[in-house]
Write a protein that binds this ligand. Structure first.
Ligand SMILES: *Cc1c(COP(=O)(O)O)cnc(C)c1O
Length: 339
């Protein structure tokens, strides 16, 4: 099977398996896992933050940020299609007791003026705005890159109002590599950032939350409260170190494959691109094939290609290192054949 459902499907590389096998571990709840400590130091350094925390998932990293910055009854500003709002099971309300103030963006970019207007003034009727969340790359916009200009403008107005900014950077390194910038160019415009080790970076489990020391201390306590205090999890962190040191630059290969797929799809009548891929996600409109999503996905599956439905008349294809260039060519042939 050629699995284009998600970059979370990547299997750990040989180097990761070796690092896992050889990891020195300890009890991380006691702060005594040397491999986790090394990963957290490395991540903090790379992301330009004081401290970092190894967490179970991207969702946990985002939620720990919300829990650490906010109190019940607060309001947080989120983009209308952001993962935190759209895909985290209502956790901001269920766990942190905050309500979302939703701002509609264009390809994931909120207009700074809209963000400024969404910040609450001091009034006994109003909740306090206690966090602004950005997402980069923006998942539901097909992995689009939120520009540094946009981030800078929002970060500046947030600072003027003393409101922290959190980046959901599950795929931030995709943005970094595709835009030929440094990760710190992006993270300078936030107070905290979450990155996933388990997507295009290939690790089996885990994310990083990085930020100021006090915030990470709070997050560590919240992680424990939520049952996320792991013991000899250095076996997982060992792979995370390989992700950060060896897997970042090669994300460009995933982007090239997405580009190749998109270019070919543009030439297939009946299929149209919903987005020009900026990174590793291609969203395709299949309405002109007059097939339902399920019918279309079934046909693909019978030919050995897995993809996912992405709402009405649209499917999503995601590239990653477990799909080769040959696999991409094969997928293109199948798409042509089943139309
Ligand atoms: C995948 C993803 C997450 C959540 O990561 P999990 O590890 O699946 O919990 C958060 N934000 C974005 C933008 C994502 O794509």
């Amino acid at each position: 099977m050629i699995d284009l459902r998600s970059d979370t499907l990547t299997q750990p590389t040989k180097k990761m398996r070796e690092a896992i096998f050889e990891a020195t571990v300890g009890d991380d709840v006691y702060g005594e896992d040397p491999t986790i400590n090394r990963l957290e130091e490395l991540a903090a350094e790379m992301l330009g933050k004081e401290a970092a925390l190894f967490v179970t998932s991207g969702t946990q990293g985002n939620q720990l940020a919300v829990l650490s910055y906010c109190s019940p009854g607060d309001e947080i500003i989120v983009e209308s299609e952001s993962h935190i709002f759209f895909y985290e099971g209502g956790a901001i309300s269920a766990l942190a007791g905050v309500q979302p103030r939703v701002v509609r963006g264009i390809k994931g970019e909120m207009n700074p003026i809209d963000v400024r207007n969404a910040i609450r003034s001091q009034d006994i009727h109003f909740p306090d705005t206690s966090l602004i969340c950005l997402e980069n790359t923006h998942n539901r916009s097909g992995g689009s890159i939120v520009s540094l200009n946009n981030m800078e403008a929002i970060y500046q107005l947030a600072q003027t109002s003393s409101i922290p900014v959190h980046i959901d950077g599950a795929r931030l390194f995709n943005a970094v590599v595709a835009s030929n910038k440094k990760v710190k160019d992006y993270t300078q415009f936030c107070d905290s950032v979450q990155i996933c080790l388990s997507k295009g970076l290939g690790s089996p489990v885990g994310s990083i939350l990085a930020g100021k020391k006090e915030v990470i201390q709070k997050a560590r306590k919240w992680r424990k409260r939520l049952g996320g205090g792991m013991r000899q999890a250095g076996f997982l962190a060992a792979s995370g170190i390989v992700s950060l040191t060896e897997m970042v630059e090669r994300l460009s290969e995933d982007h090239e494959k997405a580009r190749r797929l998109a270019d070919a799809i543009e030439d297939i009548s009946g299929l149209t691109l919903v987005n020009q891929p900026e990174t590793n996600i291609v969203i395709v409109n299949i309405e002109q094939t007059y097939k339902t999503n399920d019918e279309f996905l079934d046909l693909l599956k019978k030919e050995g290609i897995l993809a996912v439905s992405f709402g009405e008349g649209q499917i999503r294809l995601t590239t990653h290192y477990d799909v080769s260039s040959n696999d991409i060519e094969q997928a293109i042939q199948v798409l042509k054949r089943i139309i």
